[in-house]
Design a protein around this ligand. Sequence first.
Ligand code: SF4
Ligand code: SF4
Length: 327
Amino acid sequence: MKYARFITLTVAILIVLAALAWPQELAPMPQEDDPGILDFLLTGKYIMFFVLSAVGLVMLLMRWINRWVRLGALAVIFVLFGLDLVFPVHPSPMCGITKLFMFKFTQGTFFPIFIVIALGMFIPSLVGRKLFCGWVCPLGALQELVNKIPSKLRWKQFNFTAFNTVRMGLLAMFFLTFFMVKDQIVYLAGETGADAGSETWRAFSAYSVYDPINFFELLHWNVDAMDATWVIMFLALLVSSYVLYRPFCYLICPIGALTWLIELFAPGRVRVDRTLCNDCGVCIDASPCPTIAKLVDAKTKAAPDCTSCGECLRTCPTDAIKFGFRN
Ligand code: SF4
Ligand code: SF4
């Protein structure tokens, strides 16, 4: 727990320092008819971010979740946000982090659309642990759906510390690029006028840690871009999700990394009543994640992410597992 608090503090300080280090003089003149934060917040996609998070929260509190309910919820999430049929897939949750900061860097301002995605991800996740990841994210839903295919190859208790070290390392590198390449970016922005389609965009992208491993790009379903790289990445995602629970979330995703850190502050969470738990292990066998084993172990310092899927809630024969705001 101490380790996680230290990392949280370090990341928070890095983010604040990065924000302070950015140039302000490149901010474009605001246009009166540009949509603002509220305009984006009140569109269907972002309203549904909050609605689905709230639905998830109610279902967790009421303990209405079992494997089949969860399967249905995952399918709905994937169809709504992952197929470009109901809501536009652009911009993806990953952009809510990378492009939020990229435009601040190249144009000197946070763009409202990316602020809204960030709000849609982090406000629910501050209420209940990773509510966004568990109840809204289409890439999380796809990985979890694949993981539900019956298999003898499941590797549930993988080395979370190793995965998390890679994930936190990527996040640290992402923020450090703002300091390491600041001068180049400022120069390029000044040279090019720094509009979204400019060389500045591409130049910055070259520095972006997440560009080559942004699996959200797969869900853009861009037929022209479905080249060998797309196929290899898609197969890698499917195969790894078949064996591991949410491999992209645990190994790469910056939202996963940040929401793992703010799990510490989210009051709504799965709680294990140690006075009722008899260490029978039924919940560990019945749940899909590596997390519940750590939550029932009183000695755990930093548990893997709990996506608040709720599948463990009704597995305990002594009713020791609950989702709530207080012990
Ligand atoms: S960690 Fe990233 S990919 Fe996984 S559910 Fe959360 S936002 Fe989606
Ligand atoms: S501990 Fe695991 S099964 Fe329980 S809600 Fe969290 S992720 Fe789901």
